[in-house]
Design a protein around this ligand. Structure first.
Ligand code: CAA
Ligand code: NAD
Length: 282
């Protein structure tokens, strides 16, 4: 029975995951490295819930009850009494393996260790723990409160009952689970990210302006956002990490990250979250 959830990383994804878990009635411990990062995450959750109250989708009491179910953590030791951990820190294998190694020694024996990784192999993350059968990918989409899909990724050793427990939890979060095997980028980013990378190549090669590229995909293909706007929304650092993982994982040059994407990330132009990417935000 999953009752208490720890979410690691209070960024774009972690804050959304904490919100939907608390909305579904779970007790949530939201962990980040500094209090200011937790505060930023809880600020976003509060803003989302306030909008729900204004729109008549929640009462003020429900909003307060959801917020009260989320507590701050700055120490992984807080995993000692949780039933599941959902890790949503940066898309970097060393960081994730270090977190999972520590969690393996802290979390109760029954606890499931899930990762929201966009593309990293679940099997490699699981391999640093003594419980690879309890490690699984639980890949939410951005923005978490709005998007219906959760890709559930089985590592090589993931147990059936762990898959079932995560599938049930996904349904309880009012999301739709889709089962996927462990290959770089899974399904979502194996298909989405090469499209975004190609849009960046089109800009790099001067085929059209950024606005024109986005308009073609928005109006011509009915995408809700153009690929360059979506890249800014996801975070250009995350897009680059994912392309590098696809490139390395498949060893195929068709996945090479566009040099312009590398340049923007090197400049600190990470998209919406840093105030500038392909577009400028205030
Ligand atoms: N958090 C919470 N709610 C949000 C939100 C956010 N960040 N952004 C928008 N919303 C809500 C809005 O409040 C609004 O709801 P109400 O009007 O009922 O209050 C609703 O979503 C629609 O928003 P807007 O009218 O402002 O704008 P929109 O119609 O353009 O929708 C969008 C916004 C849902 C983000 C839409 O543009 C969209 O679907 N974009 C594509 C998103 C996408 O592709 N996500 C996947 C990214 S890839 C990924 O996640 C995987 C990975 O590993 C990288
Ligand atoms: P983000 O940069 O918004 O947030 C990451 C957060 O993790 C930051 O608050 C950071 O302080 C924290 N963090 C970093 N190292 C940590 C550690 N060791 N312990 C605790 N906290 C730590 O990033 P994001 O967009 O939320 O992405 C997080 C994860 O979710 C990544 O693996 C990413 O690939 C994945 N993901 C991202 C998207 C997206 O659209 N951005 C979608 C699905 C999945």
């Amino acid at each position: 029975m999953i009752q208490k959830v720890m979410v690691i990383g209070a960024g774009q994804m972690g804050s959304g995951i904490a919100q939907v878990c608390a909305q579904a009635g779970y007790t949530v411990v939201l962990n980040d490295m500094k209090e200011e990062f937790f505060q930023r995450g809880i600020g976003v959750i509060t803003k989302n819930l306030t909008r729900d109250v204004e729109k008549g989708r929640k009462t003020e009491e429900e909003k307060q009850a959801i917020l009260e179910r989320i507590t701050m953590s700055l120490d992984l030791q807080d995993a000692k009494d949780v039933d599941i951990v959902i890790e949503a820190a940066v898309e970097n294998m060393e960081v994730k393996q270090s977190i999972f190694k520590q969690l393996d020694t802290i979390a109760p024996k029954h606890a499931i260790l899930a990762t929201n990784t966009s593309s990293l192999p679940i099997t490699e993350i699981a391999a640093v723990t003594t419980r690879p059968e309890q490690v699984i990918g639980m890949h939410f989409m951005n923005p978490v409160p709005v998007m219906k899909l959760v890709e559930i990724i089985r590592g090589l050793a993931t147990a059936d009952e762990v898959y079932k427990a995560v599938e049930e939890m996904t349904l309880k979060l009012s999301k739709t689970p889709v089962e996927v095997n462990d290959f770089p980028g899974f399904i979502s980013n194996r298909i989405l990210m090469p499209m975004i990378n190609e849009a960046i190549y089109a800009l790099y090669e001067g085929v059209a302006s950024k606005e024109a590229i986005d308009d073609v995909m928005k109006m011509g293909m009915n995408h809700p956002m153009g690929p360059l706007t979506l890249a800014d929304f996801i975070g250009l650092d995350t897009c680059l990490y994912i392309m590098e993982i696809l490139h390395e994982g498949f060893g195929d040059s068709k996945y090479r990250p566009c040099p312009l994407l590398r340049k923007y990330v090197a400049a600190g132009w990470l998209g919406k979250k840093s105030g500038r990417g392909f577009y400028v935000y205030n």
